[in-house]
Design a protein around this ligand. Structure first.
Ligand code: B12
Ligand code: SF4
Length: 481
């Protein structure tokens, strides 16, 4: 029997023991039965070369390591297929490092691709259309190591929002595609353990259909006696009924992208769900989630063109006094496939136009307009010290305990805040050692082979946002069912 190895590259500097990955088990579930399938997540195991063909999954933040591994497999004459977000968007770049690139979702491509492989006729690029969850494909979680703390599950793809920094709508489309609840039910029966990570980008979504689907999903999770964590837009707090159902269904944590306190930044980021909300609305949203026993991971974006040292000081004070259980900071990063990236390339603002080939991945990829990178680094480190200092960490722990009445949740929240803050702190301290330019040998090879050396977005109809109607913030007012 032929063997295919599905491989996820290491992303050092991030924490990986927590959530079981879903990309590889999902692909494994779609591979014909006459193939032996192996999975290696390099974050949780060691790479070996025991395969007839290897398929590597990579987002931008892991692409450098993906290319390194691809070269090693090809050196050993093992054909390489690359897929995932980055190869889909920068297909030409990825095709320099692979025998075949899959640009798009990977469920339906395998019978044809593996037949081509057996005939030694792999095509350079496969562009499957978006998957409509119409087949009986179940993720092969049985092939994963048992070392992950929480199982993951996906129930929907697509997002009608068009946040400037996010590639989800481009990759998965602007319309929701729901996994049938009968399939979700079958997956839930197969999952060992009772605590889940719902990887859906927004567990509530927007519009009546999305919200009645959310209610059905919560009922199913409740029937299974699950506890779960997920991601939602802040408008979940406007819908008391849905919030109550989420709480009753075992929701422990929600990741909420608050992003900014500044309405102009929210407009710049096109953060539809948050427009017309201010700091006091955020505080109300947090309180309502707590009232339903749900703990809040609140994410804020720093390093935008409007940030100043004093603005970041204000954000620090807001977070310090807020009841957010797990505050998280993200530096604005123009990942390929986003409008932000296209603008940064057009305006020639990227410090390194292929920053994803640097090792380690840089925190600072462009110079914001109103704050120097050194000040931004200092202000962020200062905020992190606030989160992790004994006084604030203990105060937040006590608040979490009071708000959620759960020692388990409060302890987990404190640990998660400390771990995520430390990860960013280390990246920031390393980034102070100087802003490196790409050191990857790809550029030299590119010159020899004619592969692209600069940034380019491959226009690919499969990944264009053509369907669906982008959602504007004003449609989110009164989203009651
Ligand atoms: C879950 C998730 C996480 C989890 C990961 C948990 C885990 N163990 O996997 C957590 C919360 C840890 C996380 C963290 C981060 N994430 Co994240 N995350 C996601 C999310 C919401 C879902 C991914 C998922 O599992 N989908 C379900 C699986 C089945 O789909 P899939 O991975 O897309 O795979 C399909 C296709 O891509 C394709 N495919 C994939 N690989 C391959 C390979 C081959 C060979 C083929 C043929 C096909 C193929 O086929 C699959 C089936 O259709 C996505 C958003 C999204 N909707 O994609 C963001 C996303 C992937 N994350 C993103 C980012 C930026 C991050 C962080 C860097 C954020 C940060 N600053 O800390 C960190 C990095 C973490 C790290 N280094 O490990 C970005 C990536 C952008 C980019 N261009 O790289 C995304 C797209 C979100 C966004 N807003 O843009 N993330
Ligand atoms: S709401 Fe915004 S950040 Fe979240 S998936 Fe949709 S476009 Fe991306």
């Amino acid at each position: 029997m032929n063997t295919i190895l599905l491989l996820s590259p290491a992303t050092p500097g991030f924490d990986h023991g927590l959530f079981a990955p879903l990309s590889l088990p999902t692909l494994a579930g779609a591979i014909p039965d006459n193939w032996q399938v192996r999975i290696i997540d390099e974050n949780n195991g060691q790479v070996d070369f025991d395969a007839d063909i290897v398929a590597i999954s990579a987002h931008t933040y892991a692409i450098r390591r993906a290319y390194e591994l691809a070269r090693e497999f090809r050196r050993r004459s093992i054909p390489v297929v690359l897929g995932g977000n980055h190869p889909t968007i920068l297909t030409a770049e990825a095709s320099c490092e692979a025998d075949a690139v899959v640009a798009g979702e990977g469920e339906t491509v395998w019978p044809g691709l593996l037949r081509d492989f057996l005939r030694k006729q792999l095509k350079p690029i496969y562009s499957p259309s978006r998957y409509s969850f119409d087949r009986d494909i179940l993720p092969r979680r049985d092939l994963l190591s048992s070392r992950y703390r929480f199982a993951s599950i996906e129930t929907v793809r697509g997002c009608p929002f068009q946040c400037d920094f996010c590639s989800v709508a481009r990759f998965h489309g602007a319309r929701y595609r729901y996994k049938p609840l009968s399939l979700v039910d079958r997956e839930l029966r197969m999952i060992r353990g009772k605590t889940l990570f719902l990887v859906d980008d927004n567990v509530i979504g927007v519009g009546r259909e999305a919200q009645s689907r959310a209610a059905e999903l919560f009922a199913l999770l409740k029937d299974h006696g699950m506890r779960w964590m997920g991601q939602a837009s802040v408008n979940i707090a406007d819908n008391e009924r849905l919030l109550r159902l989420a709480g009753e269904s075992g929701c422990l944590f929600l990741f909420i992208g608050f992003e900014s306190l500044d309405p102009d930044v929210l407009k710049d980021l096109n953060k539809g769900a948050n427009l017309r909300r201010n700091a006091s609305d955020y505080a109300t949203a947090v309180r309502r989630m707590h009232d339903n026993g749900i703990s809040v991971m609140g994410s804020f974006i720093v390093g935008t063109d409007r940030d100043t040292v004093s603005g970041l000081g204000e954000l620090k004070r807001f977070i310090a006094q807020s009841q957010i259980d797990i505050p998280i900071l993200h530096h604005l990063t123009p990942y390929p496939g986003t409008r932000l990236y296209e603008r940064m390339v057009r305006d020639n603002r990227l410090i390194d136009e292929r920053f994803w080939l640097q090792d380690p991945l840089p925190v600072f990829t462009f110079q914001p307009e109103r704050i120097s990178i050194d000040d931004l680094r200092r202000s962020t480190l200062d905020m992190i010290e606030g989160f992790t200092g004994v006084r604030q960490a203990s105060w937040r722990f006590v608040q979490s305990l009071k708000n959620t009445r759960s020692l388990r949740i409060a302890s987990f929240s404190t640990a998660a805040t400390l771990i995520s803050s430390r990860i960013l702190q280390q990246r920031l301290l390393r980034s102070g050692e100087g802003i490196a330019r790409s050191t990857y040998p790809g550029d030299a090879i590119g010159e020899k082979t004619g592969c692209p050396t600069g940034s380019q977005v491959t226009p690919d109809p499969a990944t264009e946002v053509t369907s669906g109607d982008p959602v504007r913030g004003d449609r989110l007012i009164n989203p009651e069912m």
